[in-house]
Design a protein around this ligand. Structure first.
Ligand SMILES: C[S@@+](CC[C@H](N)C(=O)[O-])C[C@H]1O[C@@H](n2cnc3c(N)ncnc32)[C@H](O)[C@@H]1O
Length: 289
């Protein structure tokens, strides 16, 4: 059965079982964090051990379909009260044989006082405070301004295309000074500042990631080595939109028909924006149930 470029209304473990072994080069996803969010169908209040067992099953099913040179970028965060969630989940992946090749921090908000920038950068004239900042009412905890993006691979030796997501040197005198610095582009490192897009209307989903997140993961893995991207928890389609923009095939699973409907609207809108009428709605929302 042709599954590509569709979001299937399916439990992701069932969906992954329908896919061929080794057929996916890149998995980018953000599962539920088990923090009691109000999804419209999914119940985000499992016991910790039920949740971790489930995450282990996801890791196992994904390992079968991930190619040997593939990457699994797992975005997950905790809460100020329960910061172990992402670490516990990463341990489940470790038990299933994955190697944590890169541990990336998704920085949602950052403050840099001008005085810490130093004198070499004259372009920055004032304090910087950028990104999404949701105040919390607590005497104990700092605001949670980051999440993890765990980059798992099967061997720990998968080459990545670092400079595809590289950044220009702030201090241009570095170009040519170091042997490897032949152009005005350096490794971005493992702290990725990715702001949310500002949305004015009511939030259609309680836990989306910005399209910039899957976009960076895909380009970091390397577009040329990416036949097919899977997002087993597709939500309202952020990974699908990133794939369409980069011209890469994707497969998504989502158990909530209303989120899948919104994803379909987003995909249709993206196709129209690109001057492509896109596939008929029926073929996009393949009704495999
Ligand atoms: C954190 S959200 C992902 C949001 C997505 N990254 C986006 O930007 O829209 C997790 C999603 O997983 C879905 N979900 C929960 N259990 C699932 C399962 N067993 N199979 C597939 N999807 C599931 C939820 O309905 C929710 O939309």
């Amino acid at each position: 059965m042709e599954m590509k470029n569709q979001i299937h209304l399916l439990d992701c473990i069932d969906g992954m079982e329908m896919m061929d072994a080794g057929s996916v080069d890149l998995i980018v996803t953000s599962p539920p964090y088990n923090i009691g969010l109000s999804y419209s169908v999914y119940d985000d209040t499992l016991t910790r051990s039920e949740y971790l067992d489930w995450m282990g099953e996801i890791a196992g099913a994904a390992s079968r379909i991930l190619s040997d040179e593939g990457s699994f970028f797992l975005n997950i965060g905790g809460t100020p009260k329960d910061p172990w969630i992402p670490i516990d989940v990463a341990m489940e992946f470790r038990k299933r044989g994955y190697i944590l090749q890169n541990m990336i921090h998704w920085i949602k908000s950052i403050a840099i006082p001008r005085s810490d920038i130093g004198s070499y950068n004259q372009n920055i004239s004032g304090d910087i405070s950028v990104g999404h900042f949701k105040p919390i009412n607590s005497k104990r905890y700092h605001n949670d301004c980051h999440e993890f993006i765990f980059h798992f691979t099967k061997t720990g030796t998968v080459p990545i295309d670092k400079l595809a997501i590289g950044v220009p040197y702030q201090d241009k005198s570095n170009i040519g000074r170091w042997k490897q610095a032949t152009a005005d582009r350096r490794d971005r490192g493992n702290t990725w500042f990715i702001p949310y897009e500002t949305i004015q209307e009511k939030r259609p989903h309680p836990a989306v990631f910005p399209i910039g997140l899957p976009d960076l993961c895909i380009r970091d893995h390397g577009i040329d080595r990416c036949r097919l991207v899977l997002d087993p928890f597709m939500g309202i389609g952020s990974t699908a939109i990133a794939c369409i923009r980069l011209g890469i095939d994707y497969i998504g699973f989502e158990i909530d028909a209303s989120y899948r409907e919104i994803a379909s609207d987003h995909i249709q809108r993206e196709m129209r924006r690109r001057g492509d009428p896109g596939p008929a709605e029926d073929s996009l929302l393949n009704r495999v149930v």
